[in-house]
Design a protein around this ligand. Structure first.
Ligand SMILES: Cc1ncc(COP(=O)(O)O)c(C=O)c1O
Length: 473
């Protein structure tokens, strides 16, 4: 997308020409097709989500909205949320027996493929010794060493159980270290569901945060300032207006929670410079980008070292995990080394550490990130070319194993730009792709993920499906 312009080494951008929309939405079910095998006519199974629907309907009586995390409910794309039964490599199978090529990867962790044999074998060995000690274990040292060696900014690390916890911890630490209260976050960036981060983003000139959800006290977001992404002028104004009050600037160094939005390199550089000058900390939320854009994360990829970094997803290899880390002098404020309190019953538990260690070991093998770059590039180019042939306005981009596309030809630099894309068309595309056996994230505002388990054949199959669906929507 045009948002990547000017960033050295970024892969690609495309804005496709404007043509009128074609056909309206397609039917909800794939029509049964007939294949001829060895002269015997065999009717293939039609695409049905009957069991998914039954299970989801039951779930709605048991759990709010039938899910344990909102986007899973398919609210923005419509249709029945798919209930899955099993995963392996880049494939997923639902309870109705439908198979999908997966580009969600459990929202990021599955970078080496789902249910990797080595990770599973290691988990079984660890399991035999117990699932949780609530006390130190040597596996924590091993994963901590791997994270510290990999991520440029991290000299010490604290493991927690989710990305939300990691961001909460990093924020408390930034406030404790600087003795200041205010933080700046960017519109469209998600840092978990802790109160301080649930702020409705204002447009134009930054505003004081207002809670984005009932139940979040005004007091919790009063100190949260917001700015459009890629907009350094607003940041300068905020630092001028709130001299000596801002503890930290936190951002997704590549946005994945407003669709895929790349940073301008000069924006990242300016953030590093201004935070240093103003005595504020720079926090890279690498829950999504950590070990995905490069082994050392976005900070290695862009060559910018923040003060604190949050991690999650990949470092737990599919088990619940998070981490925050950074400069030793800052991290030594964390209890019990220092006075900033933060704790966790299951933090550093042996199963999560094991899955993380073996996932990172696989990522240390040569050429992993080149491979991700190649498959993701083929995928995004393929889809955008197919969109162009079908006459759709589209733009898209990718870096290594992270990608996204929008149904708009306009450059997307921030959340406001992203919101101008055609989300109704995305929903039609989404449901069409499901019927073709391709599982993207069920929202126009979520990045997609590839893995080492995606083969060229999987990409070809996906692009062929996209070609077909894009001609129909
Ligand atoms: C950038 C970022 N930060 C924080 C989080 C929160 O992580 P978790 O869902 O593990 O709490 C997410 C989740 O998607 C994320 O993408």
């Amino acid at each position: 997308m045009a948002g990547v312009a000017g960033v050295a080494g970024l892969s690609w951008s495309s804005n496709l020409s404007l043509l009128p929309l074609s056909k309206p939405s397609r039917s909800a079910r794939r029509v049964p097709s007939v294949v001829v095998r060895n002269a015997i006519s065999v009717e293939t199974k039609s695409y049905t989500l009957q069991k998914s629907e039954e299970i989801f309907n039951a779930a709605k009586e048991l759990m709010p909205g039938g899910v344990n995390s909102p986007v899973r409910a398919f609210k923005s794309v419509g249709g029945v949320p798919i209930v899955f039964d099993s995963v392996k490599g880049c494939r997923m199978w639902d309870v109705d027996g439908n198979e999908y090529i997966d580009y969600v990867g459990s929202w990021g962790p599955a970078i080496i493929g789902h249910a990797d044999d080595k990770v599973n074998a290691a988990l079984i060995e660890t399991l035999k010794k117990g699932t949780s000690f609530g006390a130190p274990c040597v596996l924590e040292n091993e994963l901590a060493n791997m994270v510290i060696s990999a991520v440029p900014s991290i000299e010490m690390v604290r493991f927690v159980n989710s990305g939300t916890e990691a961001c909460m911890g990093a924020l408390r630490l930034a406030r404790a270290f600087t003795g200041r209260q205010k933080i700046i976050k960017f519109e469209g960036c998600y840092h978990g569901h802790a109160d301080s981060f649930l702020v409705k983003a204002g447009s134009g000139v930054a505003t004081l945060g207002l809670p984005d959800s009932p139940g979040v006290p005004k007091g919790a977001t009063y100190e949260t300032l917001t700015s459009p992404y890629n907009d350094i002028e607003t940041i300068k104004n905020l630092f001028n207006t709130h001299k000596g009050e801002i503890a930290a600037v936190i951002l997704e160094p590549v946005v994945g929670n407003a669709g895929f939005i790349a940073p301008k390199l000069e924006f990242l550089n300016a953030l590093r410079e201004i935070t240093k000058k103003e005595g504020a900390l720079l926090i890279f939320d690498e829950v999504m980008t950590g070990f995905r854009l490069a082994y050392g994360g976005a900070q290695e990829y862009f060559g910018i070292t923040p003060d604190l970094t949050t991690l999650g997803k990949i470092i737990g290899g599919g088990l619940p995990v998070g981490a925050y880390g950074g400069r030793r002098d800052i991290m030594e404020m964390v209890a019990p080394a220092g006075p900033m309190y933060q704790a966790g019953t299951l933090s550093g538990n042996p199963l999560a550490m094991t899955a993380g260690i073996h996932t990172l070991r696989r990522l240390m093998e040569p050429r992993c990130y080149e491979y991700l770059d190649k498959v993701t590039g083929d995928l995004v180019h393929g889809i955008l070319d197919a969109g162009k042939r079908a006459g759709h306005e589209m733009s898209g981009g990718y870096i290594r194993g992270m990608f996204g596309f929008f149904f708009t030809a306009r450059p997307v630099h921030n959340f406001e730009d992203a919101k101008k894309s055609d989300t109704a068309k995305f929903a039609r595309f989404y449901r069409g792709m499901l019927e073709e056996g391709v599982y993207f994230a069920p929202s126009a505002f979520e990045a997609g993920f590839t893995s080492l388990a995606h083969s060229s054949k999987d990409i070809e199959q996906t692009v062929e499906a996209a070609e077909k669906v894009l001609q129909q929507i």
